[in-house]
Write a protein that binds this ligand. Structure first.
Ligand code: TYC
Length: 124
């Protein structure tokens, strides 16, 4: 048989013309896996935690929560009272560098005002 006849015959047998030698009747399905993970990983988050003490005034802690953590007055008061009653409490949750800056800012404000308010950060 002439070569060009063999080629044309093979293409007809192939059916769907994709060159895989199958008729493309649905028996062979190749699918891309559905993506389940996002491409960009989320940064780890850190809790910024205020610690209670006996000397820092309640009003100072409320003002810090409003100024540094952008809490409305009612939320700031609630968080301060939680810390006062439980020994510690979360002021906010942020990526590492934001948490670090806020922690330093709180301790610097406390140092300037000569209050012993302490603040730590902890990986979520
Ligand atoms: N315990 C303090 C007081 O009675 C108030 C206070 C609350 C201090 C929260 C620190 O992180 C703190 N004046």
């Amino acid at each position: 048989m002439a070569d060009f006849v063999r080629k044309i015959s093979a293409r007809i047998t192939d059916g769907d013309g994709n060159g895989d030698g199958r008729s493309g009747d649905g028996d062979t399905v190749t699918e891309r896996k559905t993506r389940t993970k996002s491409k960009t990983a989320k940064p780890p988050l850190f809790k910024v935690i205020l610690l209670n003490d006996d000397y820092t005034p309640m009003e100072f802690v409320v003002e810090v929560l409003k100024a540094v953590f952008h809490k409305p007055h009612a939320d700031a008061t609630r968080i301060m009272l939680h810390v006062h009653q439980n020994g510690m409490g979360v002021a906010g949750v942020y990526p590492y560098e934001v948490a670090e800056t806020k922690t330093h800012t709180v301790e610097e404000l406390a140092r300037q005002a000569e209050y012993p308010l302490k603040c730590v950060m902890e990986k979520e």
